[in-house]
Structures are given as structure tokens and as C-alpha cells.
Design a protein around this ligand. Structure first.
Ligand code: PLP
Length: 454
């Protein structure tokens, strides 16, 4: 198993040839999920005492497993937040895996940490964070939110020793679900502030909520506000500037969740919408979303990285040596994790190869197609646009359709391989949403989908 023998060589050739086939699909096939009965029949367990032939196992993957996985990178996949990794990033991911690159520490992976930090710095500059800012790549936005809010809480505890009130985070009714999960893990409360007519969290809405329900919140000690730079459901950017002023005057940590929308900072067309983001104490963006990296890659960045390492650095006799070398960063010190693959490298490679301009243009192509879709929806007699898109999410209602009709249409279109678009709810109403982030999603695809909704 550990020698590069004939078997390993055969596996490599098979995998490379399959990888070339998959990478050259233009576009990737959407595919659709299969039933448990299908897998019981076609993919019985091959885990046995003595193993199986390479062909048998690989064929099961190729003919049964792979085809049941909806391609996140299909230009017809507009559901949730899909993915659109660049070819260079996907191909370089092979190198990261094949090299067993360990991204825990400077001692073990100095070169990997060096280039990952170049990407972290590039993102920090887009946000407008100071020199002392830093962070690392984690598995996803959920981990990034958790890691940030844990640092926020510890900072708060340091400054308010002896305070026995229950801790709380302010967020909005549009904040990503991972913030509520984070609060559960941290055993603290969440103050969910209703958003305004534009689905934004604002300074006024926070002040109003705290005033109207002052009795209810009297017993809580607020240590963080989460502003979202691109909500998942609607792509809305909160009033970050107003919120940052409020956070500053009340000495509350400001965390900005740009997991999806943070990539918009690349475009001068929408950059102003992010005003105030430079005041964030912590920030996340997921390159595996709109920055075209393969799964799983999220960046978490702190205004003052030293605050994060004080909290997240793991102490153990066998690990202490990692902290002897003060010159280099240890990515494991900046989040709730220890062992980690050098998951920032595919992004570093791709960004270095294609250049920032290509990334900006790719982000802007999503803004453009979102605008096109919104305009077409406005022209239609059977669809109603919910709000003008700020970024690349377009949400709309199909007149006279309830949840069931929406679901049936969605299932039908996936079966026909027209698109993967699932319904969502906005303030109790069923809506469809297109999350555009694949530069290959064309006007023709949008037209075809809109026509199928007639
Ligand atoms: C705004 C926002 N925050 C956080 C997350 C969670 O990210 P992940 O799925 O990478 O954990 C998402 C996911 O869509 C998101 O859109």
C-alpha cells in the first residue's frame, strides 16, 4: 500500500485519465441524486477483508457514485451557493493532496504557510485591514464564524472580568444559520434583529430592537455583532458602516461574514456597498464560493491576529516546539482546528497564474448575469422580482405558485437537466433564487430556465 508499485502506477494512470476527462467536460454534466434502492442494487459495499481489483472499485465510483452527485460547478447549478473553481485551482489541488502538504505550522510547512499568507494579505488589503491583520484558511464559513466569535468572546471576557450576565451576539433575521449554530456551540444567546425593507441589518434596526425589547435584553451582555456582506438568501449587504459606528461606540466586536459576498470587494462597481468593512474586527470569505477555489477553503482574518492566536493556539507538551520559532505564522493558531491541509494553495496557485484582473472579471460576469436575469424577470408577466440584486443573487416569485408547485418544478428541471434551482422562503413566501457565480452561466441558460417557469 505504501510503495509506488505496479498497482499504484495503474491507479495513478486511471485517476489521471479520469481527471482529465472530468476537467475537460465543457460544461460539466449537472447529474441528479439517486435513491437508496439504486445504491443498494448498484453500489454494494466493496469493503472486504482482502480488497478488490482496482477496476472494480474505480468502476463503481465512475459509473454509480460520481453520477449521483450534483455538479456544484455546472453553470446550470444556481442553488444554495454553488461553486466554480478555476481549472488551475482544481488541478493544483491534486498537487496538494499528492504532496501530503501539512499546513499546521511554520515548522512543518513554512513554504505553504508563506504563500497562503500572501493570499490572506491580499484579501486583508481588499477589506482594508491593517498590517497586523492575519489569519488562516479553514474548512468553511461555519468554522470561520465560530473561530472569530470565540476570539470576540474571549476579548470581551478579558475586559469584563467578573461579569456574570449571559453573553449574546447580535445578528439579523437574514444572517447565515451558522451563526446560530455557533452560538449554540458557545452556549450564548442570539439577538435576532429584524431587517428593514431592503433586508438589511442597520444601526437603526439594532438600536430600535434593543430599545423596544429593553426589558428582555437587560440581562444580556452583548459581545459581538455579525454584519453580513452578502446574505445567502438574497445577496444583500448590511449597512456595515452604520453598524461599525454602533459597534465602536458601544465597544462591541464587529464580525463581518462575507463568506459568499466578500468576493464582491474585487469589483469597483459594488465596492462602495461594503463601506465600513475596514472597521471589522474579524472577517470571513469563502474562496470555495465566489473566489473560484475548490472545496474546502474559507479564509478567516482578524484585525489583530495576535488576539486570535492567544485564544486558538493549542498548548501541549508535544506542540510547544511549534511556538519556539516566533518568526513564522502557525495557521493552527488562528482557528478552532489543528491538523489542516494547506487548503489555501489551490487559490494561491490559480490567483498567481491568472492574475487579479481575471478574478475581477469573473466576479463581474456574475454581477452582469444577475442584472440580466433581474431585467428579464421584470419584463415577465408571471414572475415578480423580489428586490434589485446587490450582488449576484436574484430572488423572485412565481405568481400563483405555492411551495409544492415550486418544488415540483424544481425536481422536474433537475430531471431534465435544465437546471438545479430549489425554492426558498422569504418572510414566509416561497421564492426562487438564482445564485450566480459561475462565469459560464450564459444568458441562453437563464432564458431557458425562465421560459420553463412560464
Ligand atoms: C453568508 C454565509 N456565511 C456562512 C456560510 C457557511 O459557510 P460554509 O458552508 O462554508 O460553512 C455560508 C454558506 O453558504 C454563507 O452564505
Amino acid at each position: 500500500m505504501h510503495k509506488f508499485d505496479d498497482q499504484a502506477s495503474k491507479i495513478l494512470l486511471k485517476v489521471l485519465s479520469h481527471t482529465i476527462e472530468r476537467l475537460s467536460l465543457d460544461p460539466p454534466i449537472l447529474d441528479y441524486p439517486k435513491s437508496v434502492e439504486f445504491f443498494e442494487k448498484n453500489a454494494p459495499s466493496l469493503i472486504t477483508e482482502v480488497g478488490n481489483s482496482i477496476d472494480k472499485v474505480f468502476d463503481q465510483y465512475k459509473n454509480t457514485i460520481e453520477q449521483s452527485i450534483i455538479s456544484a460547478d455546472s453553470p446550470r447549478n444556481l442553488s444554495f451557493i454553488p461553486a466554480a473553481p478555476t481549472k488551475a485551482s482544481m488541478i493544483f489541488d491534486l498537487v496538494v493532496s499528492a504532496g501530503s502538504l501539512n499546513g499546521i505550522s511554520w515548522q512543518e510547512g513554512s513554504g505553504a504557510v508563506w504563500v497562503e499568507n500572501q493570499v490572506i494579505r491580499w484579501i486583508a488589503d481588499l477589506v482594508g485591514l491593517p498590517e497586523d491583520a492575519g489569519g488562516c484558511f479553514v474548512a468553511g464559513g461555519t468554522n470561520g464564524n465560530l473561530s472569530s466569535l470565540v476570539v470576540a468572546r474571549e476579548e470581551h471576557r478579558k475586559k469584563h472580568k467578573g461579569n456574570s450576565k449571559r453573553l449574546a451576539i447580535i445578528c439579523s433575521d437574514q444572517t447565515h444559520s451558522s451563526v446560530k449554530s455557533t452560538a449554540k456551540v458557545m452556549d450564548c444567546d442570539v439577538i435576532v434583529v429584524p431587517t428593514n425593507d431592503s433586508f438589511q441589518l442597520t444601526r437603526e434596526s439594532i438600536e430600535n430592537e434593543l430599545k423596544v425589547h429593553s426589558k428582555k435584553y437587560k440581562e444580556l451582555d452583548i459581545f459581538a455583532i455579525v454584519a453580513t456582506a452578502g446574505t445567502t438568501n438574497l445577496g444583500v449587504i448590511d449597512d456595515i458602516y452604520g453598524i461599525s459606528e454602533y459597534a465602536k461606540s458601544n465597544k462591541i466586536w464587529l464580525h463581518v461574514d462575507g463568506a459568499y459576498g466578500g468576493a464582491g470587494l474585487l469589483s469597483p462597481k459594488v465596492k462602495d456597498l461594503f463601506s465600513g468593512i475596514e472597521h471589522a474586527d474579524s472577517f470571513i470569505v469563502d474562496p470555495h464560493k465566489w473566489l473560484f477555489a475548490p472545496f474546502d477553503c474559507a479564509a478567516v482574518i482578524y484585525r489583530n491576529k495576535h488576539l486570535a492566536s492567544e485564544v486558538h493556539s493549542q498548548q501541549a507538551n508535544y506542540l510547544d516546539i511549534l511556538h519556539d520559532d516566533e518568526a513564522g505564522d502557525n495557521p493552527s493558531d488562528y482557528a478552532f482546528h489543528l491538523t489542516r491541509r494547506a487548503r489555501g494553495l489551490p487559490m494561491w496557485f490559480s490567483l498567481s497564474v491568472y492574475g487579479i484582473k481575471a478574478y475581477r472579471e469573473a466576479v463581474e460576469s456574475s454581477l452582469n448575469i444577475a442584472k440580466y436575469a433581474a431585467d428579464e424577470i421584470k419584463k415577465s408577466s408571471y414572475l415578480t422580482l423580489l428586490i434589485e440584486p446587490s450582488l449576484s443573487v436574484v430572488a423572485f416569485e412565481r405568481e400563483n405558485w405555492g411551495w409544492e408547485e415550486c418544488k415540483n418544478w424544481s425536481t422536474e428541471q433537475l430531471k431534465k437537466q435544465v437546471c438545479f434551482v430549489v425554492p426558498s422562503l422569504v418572510r414566509g413566501k416561497p421564492v426562487f433564487r438564482f445564485a450566480f457565480l459561475n462565469p459560464e452561466t450564459s444568458k441562453e441558460i437563464v432564458d431557458e430556465i425562465l421560459l420553463s417557469l412560464e
